[in-house]
Design a protein around this ligand. Structure first.
Ligand code: PHE
Length: 470
């Protein structure tokens, strides 16, 4: 394990192995984005058209951008803006390109602040199901003998309690800060190596269980029937935004993780594994959630509460429902934590390297900022529900603080960051340096290069224009 100063070119810690890097990066990608945001976005944007366009975005835009980001990090061996600066310097290009990563670091900070709010909801559900397990015993369904409305009312009940929401939000943030303050090997890598395998075991178990008990066919036709009419500019922008959010792109997170990768890691292959695992989990999560949504007569377009309102209803009817519910939310907690540490790591690495301060102090500074914004996001569900910070922009009219941060990062910061990354890697950086890092040969290399140079920036610019102005 490389420790600070012991042989790593940049004097920082590296992942202890390629597997550790893959687990950490998959851990960053797989999170609330897959299980909470993906079904909610799919439901709000009409189902099939959104889902198929989303898959198209992952393959044609997300995957190439992911590789572009990790390779910048690996070459630069530093925090994201510094890595871009080093690639620029080695390519005789202007160091001002580092702005693309600075924007990303800022966006990661914004996302972290509201991500921990949802992380708090997960903790709340863990508490609810643990308590229920004690009450009903091991074999009982969740909330035995209580009406379904009681379950659907759980989240609105939490929203009504601002103090509790803020407490849970800050608690989740504090756990995230604890692991990031410990550094790579005993913090970030530790969570990924222990929690991600556990996540996958639990996830497969619960999905297989769902496949035997649930009704898949409605969900399949909802998620995969392509209705061209529904594919508006806004839906396309939402789908690209979701692809970026889910793959942790456009916010310097993957650059930061790439910087801890060793020279012998094949970045092309690794990017494929990350994107494949992330997309697989999102689709399976959709297939687990929508059958329940339809069966329980819930609205597919319920928005952010969809996962929290729908799944517990199914757990009520299942034998062992209390226990499965508890396991399910514990699993989501693991996935969310491995993502939130990456969101905190990007700004923290920047702050402590730039200002040459201990990691612990940088973690506290960034965490304190995220706490302030987090409180405002928590209040968006109750006391400040009618505060619309960007209400003067049509796309964000009647959008509360929480949804504004979510929308601005996924629909503006992420695509803009990705466009700049593509221009930088495709046109500005020295082609030999890039070829040397990307781990691709022959036709794959040429395809990737064409995607990064032409397809991604153009398609992204067009989608943004349609989504924002149509
Ligand atoms: N990809 C994470 C998820 O799906 C969220 C995330 C976004 C993490 C951006 C890091 C950077 O939950």
């Amino acid at each position: 394990m490389a420790v600070a100063g012991s042989g790593s070119k940049a004097g920082h810690e590296n992942w202890s192995s390629r597997t550790a890097f893959i687990l950490a990066a998959v851990g960053s990608a797989v999170g609330l984005g897959n299980m909470w945001r993906f079904p909610a976005e799919a439901g709000e944007n009409g189902g099939g058209a959104f889902v198929l366009f989303y898959i198209f975005c992952v393959l044609l835009i997300g995957l190439p951008v992911l590789l572009a980001e990790v390779l910048i990090g690996r070459h630069g061996q530093a925090n994201a803006p510094e890595s871009v600066r080093r690639v620029a310097r080695d390519s005789n290009a202007g160091e001002g390109w580092s702005i693309l990563a600075s924007l990303g670091v800022f966006a990661a900070f914004l996302i972290l602040s509201f991500y921990c709010v949802v992380g708090g909801w997960v903790v709340y559900y863990i508490g609810i199901f643990a308590n229920d397990l004690v009450q009903t015993g091991l074999t009982g369904g969740a909330f035995a003998g209580r009406p379904a409305e009681d379950i659907e009312g759980l989240l609105p009940g939490l929203f009504g309690n601002a103090g509790l929401m803020i407490g849970l939000n800050l608690g989740f943030l504090a756990v995230t800060m604890f692991f990031v303050s410990r550094g790579i090997s005993s913090g970030i890598e530790w969570v990924a190596v222990y929690l991600m395998p556990l996540f996958f075991v639990l996830f497969l178990g619960i999905t297989i269980y769902g496949a035997f008990t649930g009704n898949f066919s409605d969900a399949v036709s909802y998620l995969f029937t392509f209705d061209f009419e529904k594919l508006t500019g806004e839906v396309m922008l939402a789908a690209v935004g979701q692809a970026f959010f889910s793959l942790s792109l456009g916010v310097a997170g993957m650059m930061t993780y790439g910087a801890y990768a060793n020279r012998d890691t094949n970045l092309g292959k690794t990017s494929g594994i990350i994107a494949g695992a992330d997309t697989g989990v999102a689709i399976l999560a959709g297939l687990a959630i929508f059958p329940i949504v339809f069966a329980a007569g819930l609205s597919a377009s319920a928005g952010p509460g969809l996962m929290f309102a729908s799944l517990p209803v199914a757990f009520q009817a299942m034998p062992f429902g209390s226990m499965i519910g508890l396991l399910f939310f514990v699993m989501i907690f693991f996935a969310a934590l491995t993502s939130s540490v990456s969101l905190l790591e990007a700004p923290t690495a920047y702050v402590f390297e730039k200002f040459n301060m201990p990691r612990m102090v940088a973690t506290l500074i960034v965490g304190a900022g995220a706490a302030v914004l987090g409180v405002l996001s928590s209040l968006s569900f109750n006391d400040m529900a009618e505060f619309y910070p960007l209400g003067f922009i049509p796309l964000f009219a009647e959008t509360n603080f929480f949804d504004t941060l979510d929308g601005v990062t996924a629909k503006l910061f992420m695509p803009i960051g990705a466009i700049l990354t593509c221009i930088f890697v495709g046109w500005i950086a020295d082609a030999r340096l890039i070829d040397d890092e990307n781990g691709l040969d022959g036709i794959l290399h040429q395809t990737w290069r064409a995607l990064v140079r032409f397809v991604c920036p153009v398609v992204l610019a067009v989608i943004m224009a349609f989504g924002l102005f149509s």
